[in-house]
Design a protein around this ligand. Sequence first.
Ligand code: ATP
Length: 235
Amino acid sequence: VTGKPLLKVADLHGWYGESHVLHGVDLEVAAGEVVTLLGRNGAGKTTTLKAVMGILPKRRGSIVFDGRETISLPSRAIARAGIALCPEERAIFSSLSVEENLMLPPQVLPGGLSREQIFELFPNLAERLSSQGTKLSGGEQQMLAIARILRTGAKLLLLDEPTEGLAPVIVQHIGRTISRLKQEGFTIVLVEQNFRFAASVADRHYVVEQGRVVDMIHNDELDENIDKLHAYLGV
Ligand code: ATP
């Protein structure tokens, strides 16, 4: 990362109750970058996103966002600072319509996308505005979950496995959406199991193992590092 990072995580530790799962995560993300967290199941990728969002109750270390230490801030203050998390389970309310789901989060910052901007990015959602959450396909639910966090005005988007369980054509659509968001100036940290997808959208990759970042690979140096990466991921 050249210049001042938008996000700098240093020696981040995190716990679930007594269980110590993050053991000193270090990473940096520059404004406008797309960075992935790769690693085996249980390595601590989701927990790292939760800690950055402030929803992991027990955490220690340093998380500087936009020049400001956020490690002790409650999640609502972190949201107001400009970070949003799209969780793996997508959290679409099944009894609410697409429109209601979309309008649920408060616009906490200026610069949140308007309905029109969201429908331009996700034309399929515009057609399904009055559909119930349960009636959506997995891909539509994922689009809705991403669209919803764009309303908040956050500039750092934390996306947890957005392609999980989706058909290849939908995965491609999500890839185009992420590239578009990057063009628009968003900064994105992505947890991904789909390695090919990660390589198609990201600038850099952090490898997480047992609650630590153990390596960083530039996307344009992926080919030289592919064996090493396969070993990390156990594929
Ligand atoms: P996955 O792809 O499986 O989600 P991950 O790298 O995101 O992998 P985490 O979900 O961050 O891994 O989990 C890190 C460790 O914390 C694992 O050992 C997991 O079993 C444990 N863990 C995760 N969530 C909880 C929880 N709510 N309570 C207790 N332990 C948890």
